[in-house]
Design a protein around this ligand. Structure first.
Ligand code: DAH
Length: 387
């Protein structure tokens, strides 16, 4: 291309002769100039100059042939001249587009042969990748998952409910009547500015996972076996054994003939699965508004084996009693079923048991951690020790 002799730039001649052979000749010259110019294009700037020289509306070559050839043609030959000018226009437009495409292709080729892409070609995909540390499963979540898995293996399904709950689900439907002193056992964090609502609609942070019992019974007919893990809140100042936010695991089984024996057998099995087959369980009477009778369940201390001593030292976790309190439980109070009677929970026909335990407390005991705050301070060096 560089060797080509550069002739003077093409200019559009005025035509005197509009005969077909004369037009052919003029068109041939024009197209030769077009090809010659396009073959000299090396970059985008060249292409833009080329495009404007031929296509510019004001005085581009196409505009000029329109003026100097078509408009100037005598009336009788105008149709033929017009046809010829249109053919030329098409060819010019095609040529301009083709040169643009050629340019893009060349640019892409240059890019793909650049050193950056070459390096990528030589990437060794068999080298080990970069490992981003994923952190560790939180000990409370790990404990929760393990306990939930025990119940899933018994055929329980997992249910969840909202952390921001209404007074109705957290208290009233669980047989805590308004102003009943049993409410005081669960120091509640209330959502502000709820006074204009009826009491049962007022919002609070759920103090236990028990409201999900009612929520689930509203949706699912008996028989029912569910386990409910979740976050709960109470207005307890933080210390080594308390946190205003903690975790519970709730359970509920409802069927036509559930007895306290089923409750004891199920929980005894679950504790052996979780803590090991040597632990024993023991029940003592208690009170919860939503269960009757109610009980607290203890497991034999898995630290001292139930002896109350570690060598010659007293065993602290069980306070030398040999037993550790693990959960609250009981037979579902018929007045709870009354709230969901319409969904098939007729207390004359069905019965059930329920239980609730603190996942954090169980994790503390299991891992021998003496301060619950360590679970929630977010120190990864502490939290990653429980894998
Ligand atoms: N919700 C109770 C609490 O947080 C624990 C509990 C006790 C749950 C007995 C139950 C139950 O389901 O039957 O103190």
């Amino acid at each position: 291309m560089a060797s080509k002799k550069r002739s003077a730039p093409y200019t559009v001649p005025r035509l005197k002769d509009f005969s077909a052979p004369a037009l052919d000749k003029a068109a041939e010259k024009l197209l030769a100039a077009l090809h010659d110019e396009s073959s000299r294009i090396k970059n985008e700037a060249d292409w833009k100059t080329f495009r404007d020289r031929w296509m510019a509306r004001s005085n581009g070559i196409l505009t000029q042939i329109n003026n100097l050839w078509l408009k100037a043609a005598p009336k009788e030959v105008k149709p033929q001249v017009g046809q010829r000018v249109n053919e030329i226009k098409d060819k010019v437009e095609d040529e301009i587009q083709d040169t643009e495409l050629d340019l893009i292709r060349i640019q892409q080729e240059q890019l793909s042969s650049s050193s950056y892409v070459k390096a990528a070609d030589h990437l060794d995909i068999t080298l080990p990748g970069i490992r981003r540390p994923l952190g560790a499963e939180h000990p409370v979540i790990k404990t929760t998952n393990e306990l939930v898995a025990v119940f899933r293996n018994l055929g329980y399904s997992v249910q969840e409910g909202p952390v921001i709950e209404t007074d109705y689900y957290n208290f009233e439907s669980l047989n805590f009547p308004p102003n009943h002193p049993a409410r005081d056992t669960q120091d509640t964090l209330f959502v502000a500015r709820q006074e204009s609502k009826p009491l049962r609609d007022r919002l609070l942070l759920r103090t236990h996972t028990s409201p999900v019992q009612i929520r689930t019974m509203e949706r699912m007919k008996p028989p029912l076996r569910i386990v409910i893990p979740g976050k709960v809140h109470r207005n307890d100042p933080p210390d080594a054994t308390h946190s205003p936010m903690f975790h519970q695991i709730e359970g509920l089984a409802v069927d036509s003939n559930i007895t306290f024996g089923d409750l004891k057998g199920t929980l005894d099995h679950a504790m052996r699965m979780f803590f090991g087959s040597s632990v024993k369980t023991s029940f003592r009477p208690s009170f919860f508004p939503f269960t009757e009778p109610s009980a607290e369940m203890m497991v034999s201390c898995f630290i001292c084996g139930g002896s109350g001593k570690r060598g010659s030292e007293p065993c602290r976790p069980c306070k030398q009693t040999g037993w550790i309190e693990i959960l609250g439980c009981g037979m579902v109070d018929p007045s709870v079923f009354d709230f969901v009677k319409d969904n098939g929970y007729d207390p004359q026909k069905i019965s059930g048991f329920a239980f609730g335990m603190g996942a954090d407390r169980i994790a503390l005991l299991k891992y021998g951690v003496d301060d619950i705050q360590l679970f929630f301070n977010g120190d990864v060096r502490f939290l990653e020790q429980f894998e």
